[in-house]
Design a protein around this ligand. Sequence first.
Ligand SMILES: Cc1cc2nc3c(=O)[nH]c(=O)nc-3n(C[C@H](O)[C@H](O)[C@H](O)COP(=O)(O)O)c2cc1C
Length: 280
Amino acid sequence: MDLSMDLQWTIDRDRCIQCGACVDDCPFHILEMRDGYPATNPKRVHHCIRCQHCLAVCPTGAASIFGVNPDRSLPLPESLPSAKQMEALIRGRRSVRFYKPEPLPSTTIAGMLATVANAPTGKNKRQCLFTVIEDQESMALLRRETMEGLRRAVAERRLSEGLGYFRHVVTAWDQGRDIIFRNAPHLLMVSAPPTITTPDADMLIAMSYFEMLAATMGIGTLWNAMIRWAFSVIETDMFKRLGIPEDHVKGYTLLFGLPAVRYHRTVQRDEAMINRVRLS
Ligand SMILES: Cc1cc2nc3c(=O)[nH]c(=O)nc-3n(C[C@H](O)[C@H](O)[C@H](O)COP(=O)(O)O)c2cc1C
C-alpha cells in the first residue's frame, strides 16, 4: 500500500527554496530530497508521527501534509507572547472561587477548546474528550444532584474518614454556600480513551493550557478535586450522566466563567527546588 497517499504530502515548487529544512527536521526521516525537492520516502511513510514539523519548519510555507493549508497557520515568532508576559501569566493566574452569574458565549468556549486541542499529546492526534457544560440549567441540576447525593451519603453514614469534610459541604449548601462548584457558570471535564499512550499527561497538559488561555481572556478557572471525590460517594454514576464513555480514563475538572474577583498582584511562593546535577 502506498501510505504516502494517506499523508497527503505536497510541496509547492513555486514557493520551495530547496533548503531541505523539512527533510532535516523530520524526526523519523520520512522525507528525502529527490530531484532537488523534498518528497516522501515510501518505505518510511508509515513511521510518520503526524507532528507536522515539516509544515512548521518550512520558511516559505511550501510544505503541506494531511491537507493542511500552511497559510492558515499562525506566523511565528511574532505571534508568541513575550517571556515577561508568560512570567506574569504563570505567576498571576489564580484559582477563582467567585463568579459572575452570566454564562460565556458558546462561541468563546468553542474557540478556547479549538485552541487547546493544539496542546501537546503523546500521539499528535486529538485524543482527549472535553466534556463541557454551557447552560445554566444543567449546571444547577448537576449541583443539586451532587449535593443531594452527598446529603444521602452523610445520612447513611457512607462517608469514609477522609471524606468527612462533605458533611460541612452539605451544611454550607443549606446555608446558601456552594463550596464544591463555587457557583461557576461552566464546567469542563477531560477524559481520554484507555488505548492512548499517555492519557494522564495529555489531559493535564490540555487543562493547564486551558487555564492559562482563560486567564489571558479575563476568564477565571478553578481546578477541582472535590467534584471527583463527591462523584465517588454518590450513588448516581455522574460520569455516565455526563455522557463520558465508561471505558475512558477520567481526568481533572475545571470550573470556569467570568470572575467576580480581581487580583492586583502575584502571590509569592517558595523558591523552586532544584536538583542541579553534574555527572563525572
Ligand atoms: C489539582 C488541583 C486540584 C484542586 N482542587 C480544588 C478544589 O477541589 N477546590 C478548591 O477550592 N480549590 C482547588 N484547587 C485550588 C488550590 O486549592 C489552589 O491552587 C490553591 O488554593 C492556591 O491558589 P492559587 O491557585 O490561586 O495559587 C485545586 C488545585 C489543583 C492544582
